[in-house]
Design a protein around this ligand. Structure first.
Ligand code: AR6
Length: 183
């Protein structure tokens, strides 16, 4: 399953696969506020990318303390094909009321886009932030992430290509069906 959608001269792609194998300018990591990459997509990223990603993450925490929910920081990408890993702290669905969790997830994806512009990236790969260990319902996660992406790609100054990379078929189908609503 690989579906693409166009808006103006920009592309949104829905990909079923492993985000650590993509060759966009940056991949997004669904991190925790201590940037300890011990499970889920975070662990997959440090396993394939190498120790430098955890080492640079530790340096960020040493310098600026824990990362607030909704904020993104970046490191290099070690052995991955991308130039950067953007680490974003999505909301833990068990820690917030649903409305607050929604706002934090919007903030999370927009923090990634802000950093992408700052780094002058053309393309970015994004996982289903917060929808694994953090328990955010997948259909609402897809709705929020895709709606915010649509709004971003409508802007003149934006990424050229955003791809959502979903690990399993069920999540990929949810994202594909959601994208059809907006694009
Ligand atoms: N490629 C793409 N997606 C993946 C991959 C992969 N290689 N591996 C898992 N996913 P999660 P969260 C999907 O739990 O919910 C970590 O321990 C997975 O199926 O990685 O934001 C962090 O350090 C799910 O749909 O992130 C934090 O402590 C999605 O990625 C905490 O988990 C996100 O699942 C963050 O939890």
């Amino acid at each position: 399953l690989d579906i693409s959608f166009e808006i103006k001269d920009k592309i949104l792609e829905i990909v079923k696969g492993d985000i650590t194998l993509r060759n966009t300018d940056a991949i997004v990591n669904a991190a925790n506020k201590y940037l300890q990459h011990g499970g889920g997509v975070a662990l997959a990223i440090v396993r394939r990318g190498g120790d430098i990603i955890q080492a640079e993450s530790n340096m960020i925490i040493r310098n600026q303390g824990p990362i607030p929910t909704g904020k993104a920081v970046y490191t290099s990408a070690g052995n991955l094909k991308s130039k950067y890993v953007i680490h974003v702290v999505g909301p833990d669905y068990n820690e917030y009321a649903p409305d607050a969790a929604t706002e934090f997830l919007k903030m999370s994806i927009n923090s990634c886009f802000d950093l992408a512009l700052k780094l002058r990236l053309k393309s970015i790969s994004v996982p289903a932030i917060s929808s694994g260990i953090y328990g955010f319902p997948k259909d609402r996660c897809a709705d929020i992430l895709i709606q915010e992406t649509f709004k971003h790609l409508e802007k003149r100054e934006s990424l050229k290509r955003v791809e959502f990379v979903l690990f399993d078929e069920i999540t990929a189908d949810i994202f594909a069906n959601t994208a059809k609503k907006y694009f």
